[in-house]
Design a protein around this ligand. Structure first.
Ligand code: ADP
Length: 505
């Protein structure tokens, strides 16, 4: 098949250089196996799931043949048929592989079923107290070994990928194991978050039955521990991460967690490609979760969503007071501690805050304690709720995202699409996707948000006060909303960049 695409390939490449000419010819369909521990809507704990669903969809639209492989957790939300495909044995485990489709997409998902390892309730990585499952090394090393069997078509499905695209530490052993195979597919390893590395004590190494030649300081060993993420960083043919700024940041001690030297060493093969978003899922024109749909041309129709959100979460219904929204895992990365420090002053300001999230129990408790004192100003909802997340995006005026670090971040892009102004810290993908509102950017109509630099509560509070000032200027605010809603956050550009990368390996 010969297909002409015309993506704008903006040059987000660091080290790697791809053709700057945007005219791109897909001469042959590539077979690409996506390896991930979560894929929306089958299972999701964060942005990884969104990306591993929406990027494959975008690549299919660019004429590629994609399969996704994930563990078969009991909490998978499959829709429709789940068919048995084949069995294999690894060590003393009998593994069945099932086939289903990612709901609302043509994409085939292969589900790795090994009940003695994956038959755990709830979250794929941690128990209900937030403690990692004790056998995570065994669980995900087995998952990787199965992915390798599939990638080499040792399961005889007549489908051998050209590219194996691995995501985060749970798939990190795949490039390492494939590096030992002859006639292997090329490998890409995408870092969605360096903070999660899959580090395990040396004692587990023997029980995993991994090839001995991978165990050395230039391989999977990291200061005497087993590092899954190193498997991807050392052995993958290409490394990507999810924003150009984060690709630079992870080569520094502050964000590299001890792997900055290795990443700098591999910088020729490291590239930052900003994530796109699923523009069907996050579309204020058709969103089934919101009370009034709207577009950039009908901005006043956004307002009923604010009243509905205020009603739904029991805040006073008031269209004059700016409503701040926040949806997040409650972890230090997201700057939740800075928000907690700011709350006593925030309640003195003319604003409301609705926060939806869960995670660190201590953060949950502290937030709830403060919120209970100011029910007219702050509402904290400890939950994971997709539908409410959509209403918060549509109903808020401002979206708070003061992350200490943010590889890419999705909510700041959802917000802009919904005309909800993001207030973000200048880091990672937030720096790459939000344009601060300054005299120049107001004049040239590029301003889409409020950006602050220092990771402390004083700087956050200043930014909140600046936001309130801007909000009081109706014309400027409306222009910011229009600028934000007109931005293109679709996967079109980014998927084309991945495709160029696949072609250039
Ligand atoms: P991360 O992957 O670090 O958690 P991202 O911004 O990349 O952060 O992606 C987070 C995704 O998870 C977004 O789609 C966000 O809306 C969603 N999300 C996070 N917490 C919740 C929650 N409590 N309820 C609903 N959606 C949530």
């Amino acid at each position: 098949m010969v297909e002409q695409c015309n993506p704008t390939i903006s040059s987000h490449y660091i080290g790697l250089r791809l053709p700057s000419n945007p005219t791109y010819t897909v001469t042959n369909m590539k077979k690409i196996l996506f390896v991930s521990s979560e894929v929306y809507p089958l299972i999701k704990t964060g942005g990884l799931a969104d990306v591993c669903s929406s990027l494959p969809k975008a690549l299919v639209e660019l004429g590629q043949d994609i399969r996704v492989i994930i563990p078969k957790y009991p909490s998978l939300k499959t829709v429709g048929e789940v068919q048995f495909l084949c069995s294999l044995r690894i060590d003393n485990h009998l593994i069945n592989i099932f086939e289903t489709q990612i709901p609302d997409s043509p994409i085939i998902a292969w589900l790795v079923d090994c009940p003695d390892l994956f038959n755990l309730p709830g979250n794929p990585y941690v128990d209900e107290k937030g403690i990692p499952w004790v056998n995570n090394a065994e669980r995900f090393s087995l998952f990787c070994r199965v992915a390798v069997e599939v990638a080499m078509d040792k399961v005889n499905r007549g489908w051998k990928p050209d590219i194996v695209h691995c995501n985060d530490w749970q798939s990190g052993l795949v490039p390492a194991l494939l590096s030992l195979e002859k006639n292997r597919p090329k490998t890409i390893f995408t870092i969605h978050n360096m903070a999660y590395q899959g580090l395990f004590p040396v004692e587990v190494v023997r029980s995993l039955n991994l090839p001995g030649q991978l165990w050395n300081p230039n391989g999977l060993e990291f200061y005497g521990m087993l590092s899954f993420i190193k498997g991807g960083i050392v052995y993958a043919d290409r490394i990507t991460t999810v924003s150009p700024t984060y690709a630079l940041e992870i080569q520094t001690p502050e964000f590299g967690y001890g792997l900055e030297g290795l990443l700098a060493h591999r910088s020729e093969h490291l590239v930052g490609i900003i994530n796109g978003i699923d523009t069907n899922e996050w579309n204020s024109e058709i969103d089934p979760h919101i009370s009034q749909r709207y577009t950039v041309d009908s901005l006043p129709d956004k307002l009923p969503n604010k009243s509905e959100l205020q009603r739904r979460v029991n805040l006073p219904v008031n269209d004059q007071v700016p409503l701040f929204g926040l949806i997040s895992r409650l972890v230090e990365q997201k700057g939740i501690d800075m928000i907690i420090e700011c709350l006593p002053e925030m309640v003195e300001l003319p604003m409301q805050l609705v926060l939806l999230g869960n995670g660190d129990k201590d953060f949950e408790r502290q937030l709830q304690n403060i919120a209970s004192l100011y029910p007219d100003k702050i509402v904290i909802i400890i939950d994971y709720n997709e539908s409410l997340a959509h209403l918060i995006e549509a109903g808020s005026d401002v979206f708070l995202m003061p992350s200490r670090f943010e590889p890419c971040g999705l909510n700041q892009m959802y917000s802009q699409r919904y005309g909800t102004i993001p207030l973000v810290r200048k880091t990672g993908g937030l720096a790459d996707t939000v344009v601060d509102t300054l005299p120049d950017s107001i004049d040239n109509h590029s301003a889409t948000g409020i950006v602050f630099k220092e990771a402390n509560s004083g700087a956050l509070l200043e930014a909140i006060k600046r936001t309130l000032l801007l909000y009081s200027n109706h014309a400027t605010w409306q222009q910011m909303q229009t600028n934000a809603m007109n931005k293109d956050f679709s996967w079109r550009n980014s998927a084309a960049q991945y495709l160029a990368l696949y072609d250039n390996i």
